[in-house]
Design a protein around this ligand. Sequence first.
Ligand SMILES: NC(=O)c1ccc[n+]([C@@H]2O[C@H](COP(=O)([O-])OP(=O)(O)OC[C@H]3O[C@@H](n4cnc5c(N)ncnc54)[C@H](OP(=O)(O)O)[C@@H]3O)[C@@H](O)[C@H]2O)c1
Length: 298
Amino acid sequence: MHIIVIGKEGQVARAMAERASTHRAETLLLGRPELDLGEPSAIEDILRRTGGDLIVNAAAYTAVDQAEAEPGAAEAVNASGAGTLAGAARAMGVPFIQLSTDYVFDGTLPRPYREDDAVHPLGAYGRSKLLGEQAVAAATDDHVILRTAWIYSPFGRNFVKTMLRLAADRDEIGIVADQIGSPTSALDLADGIYGVARNLLENPQEGRLRGIFNMAGNGFASWAEFASEIFAVSARLGGPFARIRPLSTADYPTPAKRPGNSRLDCAKLEAIHGIRLPVWRASLEPCLLRLIGEVSGR
Ligand SMILES: NC(=O)c1ccc[n+]([C@@H]2O[C@H](COP(=O)([O-])OP(=O)(O)OC[C@H]3O[C@@H](n4cnc5c(N)ncnc54)[C@H](OP(=O)(O)O)[C@@H]3O)[C@@H](O)[C@H]2O)c1
C-alpha cells in the first residue's frame, strides 16, 4: 500500500516512516515547505500529483498553550487545513485518516471517554481539533478519526525527552499528579494506524470501519506516575534520574486548561478493527534505550 503522511518532522509522521517496511507499506511524508496546511490552495494539486492509496494527516498545530494567544492560527491548520486535505482525499477517491485528541473532552466524566461521549474542549487547541474532526467528517465519508493522547517517542518534543533533559541538572522535579491519561508510544500508534489503513483498503464498502475511534496506549497513569516510571526505567538503564514531587494542577498554572481525566476507552477500536496498542509501560523501555543511547553516545 502507498501511504501519504502529512507532517514530515512530527513524532507520528516519523514513526510512520520508521514502521513502514514492517507493514510492507511505501510511505511518503509530505510537509512544510512543499505542503503547508496554512496555504490550502495548492494542497489538492500536490496530492493529485503525488498519488497514493490513502492519506494520513499527522500534521497539526500542537502548541497547546500558544494556541490560546493565536487561536486563528491553530484553527487554520487544525480545522481548515484538515478539511482541505480530507476534501482532496475524497476527490482522489482514497480513504483519509485524521489524528485527533483527548483534549476535545473536558475531563469531568468519572470513567474513560468513549467515542460518543459529549465533547467540550477546554482550550483553543482542543476547539481547533474538534472543528478539524467536523471538517473532515463533512468533507468525506471515507474517513477515520483517531483520538489519541500523551504521545512520546524518540523524535521531536515530548514529555519523556523533557524529563530526561530536566533530570540532567535537577534532583527533584515537580509534576502534576491530578491529570490522568494514557501515555502513547508514537511507534505503537504508527503500527495501529497501518492496521486501520489496511482494514480500510481491504474493505472499501465497510461503513462500520469508518468514523471516530480512540487509539491510545493500554493502561492509565497520572503525569507524575508517568515521570516516576520514566526515571525508574532510566535509572535501571544507566540514564538520568530525578525524584518526583507531586503537584496539583492548581500548583502549576498554564495558559490552556487541561482535562483532569484524559483516559480514552479503546474498546471500540479492538472490537471493530481488531487493534489494541501495547501496555504503555512495555513500550517505554525501548524508547528510553534509544534516547539514553543518543545522550551518552552509546
Ligand atoms: N503530541 C501529543 O501528545 C498528542 C496528543 C493527542 C493528539 N495528538 C495529535 O496527534 C497528531 C500528531 O502529533 P505529533 O505529536 O506527531 O505532532 P508534532 O510532533 O508536534 O508534529 C506536528 C507536525 O505538524 C507539522 N505542521 C504544523 N503546522 C503545519 C502546517 N501549517 N503545514 C504543514 N505541517 C504543519 C509540523 O511541521 P514543522 O516540523 O514544519 O513545524 C510537525 O511536523 C496531531 O494531530 C496532534 O494533534 C498529539
